[in-house]
Each structure stands twice: as structure tokens, then as C-alpha cells.
Write a protein that binds this ligand. Sequence first.
Ligand code: CUA
Length: 326
Amino acid sequence: MRPEFSLFPEQASTIASKVDALYFFALGISAFFSLLIALVIFAFFIKFRRRRAGEVGAKTHESMALEIVWSVIPLIICMVLFVWGAIVFIDMRTMPDDATEYYATAKQWMWKFQHPEGQREINSLHIPVGEPIMLTMTSEDVIHSFFVPAFRVKQDVVPGRYTTVWFEADKVGTYHLFCTEYCGSHHAQMRGSVTVMEPDDYQAWLAGGGPVAAPQELGEALFTQHICNTCHFEDGTGRGPSLVGIFGSEVRGTDGSVRVVDDNYLRESILRPSAHVNEGYSQIMPTYQGQLSEVSLLQLIAYIKSISDSPSEESPAPAAVAANGE
Ligand code: CUA
């Protein structure tokens, strides 16, 4: 996007300067010791060169003090790098509670995004500046990887499960998006852009595409279309458990194991219902493997989440109110 050459990508997210500080520290340490070792080697070449034929080097003995020094100093440097790195990593991996959830589906060779308000985009993603954004991602075919250098985030996108990444852009602009996992002959062309906008501009952009249905509204329609509602009654009297409030809760299976209901759990329950049957119910649910696209699956899960929003948890989307009927 920028014509002029720059050695490093610009910093456009809250995490970028933290990643860079660590990177430059590691680079500085490496450069310092590389230079030091090279200089010492060179100095020793000269100092200890053979001055006449038959010259034999003096006998030397080990020095305990020296051994301790060159063991302890590297240990301290490694521990600083480790602790610092762990702090930055935990920062990057801890999802803020108020993050807005967007969906990404990768396939050979494109990126498909869906906004919480329902807008869809291909190979481009528009987001507001100064708001934490969470991406729930999956792939329709092979492993891809989501990489926005300006945000300093990179996360594999894996078929058959959901992975997440979060970032908060702090600078308006358009930034490169790359696939950074070799995924076939057009891997290099699997790129796009992330456009960071002022909140007002973002709202105007959202409104510009005309009215659209939010993912959870589309999911509610799918719920009826695939007659999920004929077993999963809201009051729990159906042949399947009620799904109201199920997201984020713990469920006990017929085998006694307890699992937390998250995106990956719901995905498995829809595609392989026999994997974890809830206690008190029998395995009568058919598999939906092959009947639902990745996009539909995400919409169904968005719907199940929307009927699970507890008051303590902030609703991720302003349009989380389910639409009436189908
Ligand atoms: Cu997708 Cu490389």
C-alpha cells in the first residue's frame, strides 16, 4: 500500500510496539555478542600467532570463575528473553472481554469475512479503529494462516476446528493481509487488505451496503430449516437438550465427562453428535456432516451463542436481538 521502501512494517495495533521492543532487544543482544566474538577471534589471531618455527603454546588450566561467568550471564539473558516473551505472548493470546467477534473462512485461495452486523467481504476486511476485534476462523480445505504484519498478529486457520486471533488497530489506514502457510499453487496470491476506519466512517461504510441479516439471524433461519427446533425445545422438554444458555456452560456426557461448551464443542456436536451425548439424553441426533457449509456452521453457532448471552457477559454484537420468526 505504501510506495516507499521500509525495512519494517508500520505499527498499527496496540501490540505492535510491544512485539517490536522484544524483537529489537533480541536483535541487539545477538548483534552485540556476534560482534564481540568476531572481534575477539580477530584479536586472538594476532596476539597468539606463531612467531617462529617450532613454537609451542603455553599450557593453560580451566578457570572456575570464568566458567561461572560465561554460564550465568547467558542464563540471565535467556531468562529475560523468556519472561519478556511470555508476557507479550500472554497479552496476544488473552482475548479481551469486550472484543467484537467477526468471522473468517479461508479457502484456496481467498479470505471470506463476515461482520457481526452481517456484512460480508472477500479478501478485504473493514474494522473500526480503537476497538478490540476478535476473529473466529476456520478453513474449508487446507491449513491457511492469517497474517497482518502491521498488527504483528499471525494465526493458523485450520480445517475442522476454530482458531481465534484478536487485535486492536490504533492507526487508520489500509494494511496488507497475507496467507502465511503454504497452501497450494496460488498461495502467494492469497492476500487481501484490512482497512482501519474512524468509527463514524466505519458506521457509514456498514450502512452503505444496504440492509443485511446478522449471522445469528441467518443462523436462526438455519435452525428452523434443518428442523433443529423439533428436538431442541427451549424449555428442555424435547428429545434433545435446550440450547438456551448452553454456550459457555459445562455439560456432563453419558460417559460422565464434563466439557465446556465453546465454538469447537458446538461444531463437533453438530457434525459428530455421538462424540459427546449429554447425560439424560440418547444418541438420536443425525450428523450434519456435509450438509452445512463452514459459513452456515458459523451462523448456527452465532445463533446458539445469541440465545446464551448471560446478563453478566456483554453482548458482542449490537444487533444480538434475534429476529422474529423465520
Ligand atoms: Cu492460504 Cu497460503
